[in-house]
Design a protein around this ligand. Structure first.
Ligand code: C2O
Ligand code: CU
Length: 431
C-alpha cells in the first residue's frame, strides 16, 4: 500500500525489511548493472574558490565521482591504489553490504597497498543517500578527501514525495575551508520557480553540521537513507547532520531563489537570471527527529528483544604513542580490550548508550540500521527515526533497536575520526 494508510510502508522506506541472508550474499554473483573503477592517488588539488591542498583523489577528483544505482542493481567497484601510502580501502557508509564487502582494513580485508587493487560487489538493496570513504587510517585519509557520494534511486516513485529533481550536496572541509561537492563558497544551480528539489546533504567531516534553508519552505524527506513518514514543514529550523550522517531536504524553489546554507558555504537554487538571495543566519531552533514526521508501525517489534546491551562511553587519561593523551572507553575499557557485542542471526537487539565522557560522539554502526526508541527517557513519537550515524551528546542516554540480519563482524565507532583513533571503537559479532 502507498499513501497515508496504516501499517508499515517498508517498500517506500520507513525502515529496512528483515532480509533473507542467503540470497543477500548470493546475489553478489551476477552480472553487474553498475561497474566502475576508482583509482586512488595522492596529489595536489586546487579547490575551486579555496586553497590548494595535498589530497587523496579518486579518478583525479575529490570528492570522487558520485556512484548512482537504481534500487536492486548489482554494483561492482574496483579500487586501484596508485599512490596512497600505507594502503587504502573503500567503506560503503550507510549501505548494509555483506560483511566481506564492508571495506574495513584489518577486519574485513587487508588495506590495498600501492600498485594493487580490490573489487567490491554488493546489491543496492535500499534507496537513499549514502557515501563511501577510506577505512584505513581514516582520520587522515577521509580528512584528505578519499570519499564520494552514493545515490540509490527508488523503485517506487512515491518515495520521491514532493520532489521534481534531486542533487547531491556533499560537504567536506579542506584545510579549514568548507566545500560543497568540492567547491568553496557559493554554488549556483538553476531550478525552475515552483519546483521542489531534493537536496541530498552528506556530512563527511568530523563535527555536527547544521544545514538550513534561507527564504523558502522545506521538509526533511529522509535521514541516513531512510524516508521520513509524512514529514511536516520544517521551515525556519536548522537540521543538524551528525558526522557521517545524511539528510535529504525537499526544498521549494521560489521565483526569488533559495539558499541551502551550511556554515561557510551555500547552494543557491533559482531560476536563470534571478538575483542571488542574501545569506541568512542559522535559525536558533532545530528539527528534533525524535518527534518529526508521523508515526507508523515498525517492521519488527522492539518489545520482543532477545538481546539487551548497555554501553557507557567514558574518558580516561592515558598515553597515546608515548605521550599523555585522552582515551575513550566503553564500559570502562578501551579498544582493543572492549568485549565484542555478540548476537545471533535473527535477534531483536536493544542497545542503551549512555555518554558520560564530557564530549559529544556521533556513533556509527556498520552493516545495520537502528531505530531510535528514546532519548533521556523520552520515547520517540515521530516517524520511525532510522539511523546509522547518531549523535550522542554528553550526558545523554539513547536507546536504539535493530534486527540482527547481516552476519559478520561489524565496527561500531565514533565518526569523529580522531576519537576512533583514540579508542572509541567497539565491534558487533555474530556467533
Ligand atoms: Cu563511515 Cu566505520 O565509517
Ligand atoms: Cu567521539
Amino acid at each position: 500500500a502507498t499513501g497515508s494508510g496504516a501499517g508499515p510502508r517498508t517498500e517506500s522506506g520507513v525502515g529496512p525489511r528483515p532480509r533473507d541472508v542467503t540470497s543477500f550474499v548470493e546475489q553478489r554473483r551476477g552480472t553487474p548493472d553498475v561497474r566502475l573503477t576508482l583509482t586512488a592517488r595522492r596529489e595536489e588539488v586546487s579547490i575551486p574558490g579555496g586553497p590548494t591542498v595535498t589530497a587523496y583523489t579518486l579518478n583525479g577528483t575529490t570528492p570522487g565521482p558520485t556512484i548512482r544505482a537504481a534500487q536492486g542493481q548489482l554494483v561492482e567497484v574496483t579500487l586501484v591504489n596508485e599512490s596512497v601510502p600505507g594502503g587504502t580501502t573503500l567503506h560503503w557508509h550507510g549501505i548494509d553490504v555483506p560483511n566481506a564487502e564492508d571495506g574495513v582494513a584489518g577486519v574485513t580485508q587487508d588495506a590495498v597497498t600501492m600498485g594493487r587493487s580490490h573489487t567490491y560487489r554488493f546489491v543496492a538493496e535500499r534507496a537513499g543517500t549514502y557515501w563511501y570513504h577510506s577505512h584505513q587510517v581514516s582520520h587522515e585519509q577521509v580528512v584528505k578527501g578519499l570519499l564520494g557520494a552514493v545515490v540509490v534511486t527508488p523503485k517506487a516513485p512515491d518515495a520521491w514525495t514532493g520532489a521534481d529533481t534531486a542533487l547531491v550536496a556533499l560537504s567536506h572541509v579542506y584545510a579549514g575551508k568548507r566545500t560543497i561537492n568540492g567547491r568553496a563558497g557559493e554554488t549556483r544551480i538553476e531550478a525552475a520557480a515552483g519546483s521542489v528539489v531534493r537536496v541530498r546533504v552528506v556530512n563527511t567531516d568530523n563535527g555536527l553540521m547544521p544545514v538550513w534553508v534561507g527564504g523558502a519552505a522545506f521538509r526533511v524527506l529522509a535521514v541516513d537513507g531512510t524516508e521520513v513518514h509524512e514529514p511536516q514543514e520544517a521551515t525556519g529550523r536548522a537540521v543538524l547532520v551528525p558526522a557521517g550522517g545524511r539528510a535529504d531536504l525537499g526544498v521549494h524553489v521560489p521565483a526569488t531563489g533559495v539558499r541551502v546554507e551550511l556554515p561557510g558555504a551555500a547552494l543557491v537554487l533559482g531560476p536563470a537570471g534571478a538575483q542571488t538571495p542574501a545569506p541568512t543566519r542559522k535559525p536558533a531552533a532545530s528539527v528534533d527527529l525524535l518527534s518529526y514526521g508521523t508515526p507508523v508501525a515498525l517492521p519488527f517489534d522492539p518489545e520482543r528483544a532477545t538481546r539487551h546491551f548497555t554501553y557507557s562511553i567514558g574518558r580516561r587519561p592515558g598515553f597515546v604513542n608515548g605521550r599523555p593523551g585522552v582515551h575513550w572507553t566503553i564500559n570502562g575499557t578501551m579498544y582493543p580490550k572492549v568485549p565484542m557485542f555478540v548476537v545471533s542471526e535473527g535477534d531483536v537487539v536493544r542497545v542503551r548508550i549512555a555518554n558520560k565522557s564530557g564530549e559529544t560522539h556521533p556513533m556509527h554502526l556498520h552493516g545495520h540500521h537502528v531505530v531510535v526508541l528514546s532519548r533521556d527517557g523520552v520515547a520517540a513519537t515521530g516517524s520511525p527515526w532510522w539511523t546509522d550515524s547518531l549523535e550522542v551528546s554528553q550526558g545523554q542516554t539513547v536507546e536504539v533497536a535493530f534486527v540482527a540480519d547481516n552476519p559478520g563482524i561489524w565496527m561500531d565507532h565514533c565518526h569523529n575520526l580522531p576519537h576512533a583513533k583514540e579508542g572509541l571503537v567497539a565491534h558487533l559479532m555474530y556467533e
